[in-house]
Design a protein around this ligand. Structure first.
Ligand code: ING
Length: 314
């Protein structure tokens, strides 16, 4: 009998600068209830789900940034209601948030996600490794993308956990643009990967057609799911936040690479699918039998070289 798990992507519409954590948590609890009502037992929330996407702003008062956009404890009084609801409903969840830790007399800040079991206990933590954007102020740009300013590169690696009878891994947003991230999870036996994202509709560097950005999002999700034979759940925070638009298109993608469910709005929206976790068996036994087909002795450049260098054989 194949293992099934009903998984939901709980997409969050805009959160504006004036929205409190408590307001965000209220909406997350409502989305969790809606997902549970559709039969979901695992709910994937977006990246940085407790606040507006603040890296779009150049903010100089670090104490204010820490107070408004980072969590020094998880759960805290403000987020405890979400953990309580998960436990009450018997629902596990993925949550993205800004993590602040005061460790060995310095403060460290990460773009973090956690995996919480249906008993409300934190099972795993991931700190975003691929930080896009820039660290310096771009006054001439229509908006900033200052993840390199506000966050440190994650120090926990790409890992998987035993989770509700599956092997589940976590990624965050920009990670979905780097095949290495998925492959490292798949090499550890990942069956499900949860990924929250906040992706601006506009490109701050050059006038890229918005439809093209969605096209990239869709092809990456399908190819990463297929080439690693995983269920891939990608959940957006989207809509217009303080005048800045981010796209939705939350997805549940099967190991076949087929989109099993996709959101249709840029608001709070739950999509849900009854995922056959064992669907990937045939792929992992044949086409993507890593042990039988991979040739790491020829892949060394992937690890040894960071940027591209022209080194022709002739
Ligand atoms: N957001 C965007 C993402 O990777 C981005 C940033 C968009 C980078 C498009 C490059 C191109 O989807 C986050 N939060 O990583």
């Amino acid at each position: 009998m194949a293992r099934h798990m009903k998984i939901a992507a709980a997409q969050l519409g805009p959160l504006c600068l004036t929205d409190s954590r408590e307001a965000a948590v209220k909406r997350l609890v409502a989305l969790m209830r809606e997902a549970h009502g559709q039969g979901a037992r695992f709910v994937v929330f977006p990246e940085l789900a407790l606040s507006t996407f603040f890296p779009r702003w150049w903010l100089e008062d670090q104490a204010e940034v820490d107070r408004r956009f980072f969590e020094a404890a998880m759960p805290s009084a403000a987020t405890q209601p979400l953990f309580d609801e998960g436990k009450r409903l018997g629902v596990g969840f993925y949550l993205g948030y800004g993590e602040l830790i005061a460790a060995d007399d310095r403060i460290r800040r990460f773009n973090t996600s956690i995996l919480v079991g249906p008993d409300g206990v934190v099972i795993g933590k991931y700190r975003k490794i691929h930080l896009p954007g820039h660290a310096e102020h771009k006054p001439g740009a229509p908006f900033q993308h200052l993840e390199k300013k506000y966050f440190e590169v994650g120090d926990l690696g790409f890992r998987v956990w035993r989770f509700m009878d599956t092997i589940t891994g976590m990624l965050i947003c920009n990670d979905r643009r780097w095949p290495e991230a998925f492959r490292v999870l798949a090499l550890q036996g990942a069956e499900v990967v949860a990924l929250g994202f906040n992706t601006p509709t506009e490109n701050l560097h050059y006038p890229e057609p918005p439809a093209l950005r969605v096209h990239h999002h869709l092809i990456m999700a399908q190819s990463m799911a297929f080439q690693n034979a995983i269920w891939l759940v990608e959940t957006a925070k989207c809509g217009v936040e303080d005048g800045f638009r981010m796209f939705g298109h939350s997805l549940i993608v099967a190991p076949s690479g087929e989109i099993a469910a996709k959101s249709t709005t840029e608001q709070d929206e739950v999509i849900c699918f009854n995922c056959d976790i064992d669907l990937a068996q045939d792929l992992k036994r044949t086409m993507f039998d890593f042990a039988a087909h991979r040739r790491p002795e020829h892949y060394r450049l992937i690890v040894e070289r960071v940027g591209a260098e022209v080194t022709p054989a002739n």
